[in-house]
Write a protein that binds this ligand. Sequence first.
Ligand code: NAD
Length: 274
Amino acid sequence: QNHQPGVESQMNPRPFFDDPEYRGAGKLKDKVTLITGGDSGIGRAVAVAFAKEGADVVIAYRDEEADAVETVQHVERYGRRAQHLAFDVSNKAECDRVVRQAIAQFGKVDILVNNAARQHPQPSILDITPEQLQMTFATNVFGYFYMIQAALPHMKPGACIINTASITAYRGHETLIDYAATKGAIVSLTRSLALSLAKQGIRVNAVAPGPVWTPLIPASFAADEVAKFGTDTPMGRAGQPAELAPAYVFLASANSSYMTGQVLHVNGGEIVNG
Ligand code: NAD
């Protein structure tokens, strides 16, 4: 899944999780994972990386069934079980239903990856309609809350939650003001929930991606912005989804057993504060 137009392979090294020969080290053996937005982009890369490490994967998604089916096939290629479930993360009843279906099939949820999100650039804050504001927060913030509220009663000590945040929570973004605000909320949610669940042995962390080539990018930005996407990072390029996946594997595995409430920045070298 390389969404970057015209990039030379030497500028774009293949991360080991992307290597079909790489079989993982069983770091997530028999863990049941629920990934929202697991059909495409970063979520798909995480689904495949988790399968390579021995996890079963439930892919909860919205739009393209074909993408979800393809992701399921990737997971099954590594001998793991997968299920795809269409839903709207901004609807609490549908989040409850997805968790119920996951439990019915797999009996537990060990890892919840909250990753589904939307963005809709606007030239000015004055162009953000109440409907857009409502939709962005309902998807990117309420959806994370709904999924956590649905899954948590089924999670046992040792389980974990990983939230996809964004560099925009730290750096801001002049045309994605509502989106960046939702990602700031996700950083705060991660910290507070980590405190509240620490003694129950449930860890909560976040990944803050910088620019990553996914279908979200050409769908959101004009061609001239797409052409220079990621070139202002210290590494001078956007990342590939498979370059994000190792951060999620780390946060989901026992390798990060003493980490909670933290944000891992995977962004081509941007130094961010906070
Ligand atoms: P993507 O478009 O490939 O994936 C997003 C997925 O979210 C979609 O495939 C869809 O299934 C799901 N989704 C959207 N609205 C939904 C809804 N209402 N109900 C259920 N599912 C819904 O994009 P991506 O870039 O892989 O994004 C994944 C995450 O990474 C998002 O949280 C995004 O904000 C974050 N992120 C992306 C970048 C980037 O540059 N691509 C940078 C920072 C953060």
